[in-house]
Design a protein around this ligand. Sequence first.
Ligand code: MN
Length: 198
Amino acid sequence: MAITLPELPFGRDDLAPVISGNTIDFHYGKHHRAYVDNANKLIAGTELEHLSLEDIIKKTAGDAAKAGIFNNAAQVWNHTFYWHSLKPGGGGEPKGTIGEKIKATWGDYGKFVEEFRTAGVTQFGSGWAWLVLDGDSLKIVKTANADTPIAHGLKPLLTIDVWEHAYYLDYQNRRPDYLTAVIEKLLNWDFANENLQR
Ligand code: MN
């Protein structure tokens, strides 16, 4: 099965002003699309060609000879997960099971925000900040470049892309401001609750 570029779960301009339509044009229309195209080229004619995206990622993780396939396939998966981690009018204190688990883990929502934001700010170079489930425990982790929690037995609940291409057109070098705005205004807690049920 060919790897496909999924539709965005919102319109081009729906995340503005936190994330502009211009950023969406490049980030989704160019970067995400390029990962899809590159992954398809690299798996063509190999034993990976007919596997699901998740299986391709798990089978190539940690294999230096297949780093190009892993990087492109994982970036396809990470970006699709990122778009679903955002929604217009999102952010703020979560309700439902995820809200209860965050209180139980961090004591209060403010402490969670501080740790999640710090993970994104301190990821050196390109990468991702994640809220994951490790067994029954909530954790915040960061990954470098294309690396993804699904290659490490963790269940992702939400992510924020901290590659420069995610924020440079709107925030230039101000990654902390991008993180604050995404956490306060875009995080899709419904998606986190859905992921807890999966
Ligand atoms: Mn990206």
